[in-house]
Ligand binder design. Sequence first.
Ligand SMILES: Nc1nc2c(ncn2[C@@H]2O[C@H](COP(=O)(O)OP(=O)(O)OP(=O)(O)O)[C@@H](O)[C@H]2O)c(=O)[nH]1
Ligand SMILES: [Mg+2]
Ligand SMILES: [Zn+2]
Length: 292
Amino acid sequence: MAEGRVIRAISGFFDVQDGEKVRRCRARGVFKKRGTTVLVGDKVLYEPIGNNEGVIGEVLPRTTELVRPPIANVDHVVVACSFVTPDLNLYMLDKTLVAAALAGVEPTVVLTKSDLVVSERAEEIVKLYRGIGYETYAIAAKFGSGVAQIRARLKGRISVFAGPSGAGKSTLANALLPGLHLQTGEVSEKIGRGKQTTRHVELFQMDAESWVADAPGFSQLQLELASRDLREYFLDFTEPAQACGYRGCLHLDEEGCGVKDAVERSQIALSRYASYRQLYHEIREQELNEYS
Ligand SMILES: Nc1nc2c(ncn2[C@@H]2O[C@H](COP(=O)(O)OP(=O)(O)OP(=O)(O)O)[C@@H](O)[C@H]2O)c(=O)[nH]1
Ligand SMILES: [Mg+2]
Ligand SMILES: [Zn+2]
C-alpha cells in the first residue's frame, strides 16, 4: 500500500495527496465497523485504483487531534477572531485557547479586521494576550496588513484556522495563498453573525514543509477536562495563585485568593477572570449532569 495525507473530506470521500498526485478515496468498510473515522490531516495507507482513485486501508497514528475544527496532526492552530462583525467574543477566544492546550497544539492569536477598530482598542487586546504569553497579531487580511507575519508563523508547520464564522479565516487563507480564491461571505447585518460560508475542512500546501487548513467557523465547543483542572490552563493565573490561602483554591469564592486580588489590582484582566468563572461553571454543570 502507498502512503498519503488526507487533504479534504467530502460526503464519504477522502482526497489523499501523495506527492503531486491527489486521489479520491473511499475508506474500507471495516473502518465504520470499528468506529474509526478518517480525518483531514490523517496520514493513511491506501490501495491505488486506476489513475485517480483508491481505498484507504489504514489510518496511521495521530500526533494530535482536534474536535473543532475536526483535523488530525496539526501542530499549530491560528485562533482567528474579529474585533467587530462579528463582535469580539473573548469568552470564546479564551475557551478555544484552552481547547488548543488540551490537544497539545500551539496557538497563535490572530485578531482580524483591525481596519474597523481604533488602534487603541486593537493594541489593548494584543497587549493583553501577549502579556499572558500568547503570540498575538492584529491584522487586516482584506488589505494585506499583517499577512506576512502570519505567513512567517505558518512556516514549517501544519496549521489550522479556528474561530467563529465570519472572522475572516478564508480571507486570510486567500491572502496567504494567491490563486486560492476560496469563497468568503458577508456577515449578516441583522444578526451580526457569519453565514457559515466555508463548509469543509481543507488542507492547502504552502511549500514543501508548510500546510494550512481552512475550516468552517464554529460557535459551540466542548472542553474535555475536569472543572478543578481548568485553572491550570489560565496561564496568567499561575503567578498570582501562589498567594492563595488554600492550596486547592479554585479562585471562585475562597477567602484570601491571590487571583481575585490580582483581578482587583487589574493585574489579571477582568475579561479573563470572567471567562474562567463562566467556563468553570459550564464544565461543573456537565459534571453534575453526568453523575446524577
Ligand atoms: N473590513 C474587513 N473585512 C474583512 C477582513 N477580513 C475579512 N473581512 C470580511 O469578513 C467577511 C467574512 O470573511 P470570511 O473570510 O468569509 O470569514 P470566515 O471566517 O472564513 O467565515 P466562515 O467560512 O463562515 O467560517 C467577508 O465579508 C470579508 O470580506 C478585514 O481584514 N477587514
Ligand atoms: Mg470561511
Ligand atoms: Zn485563589
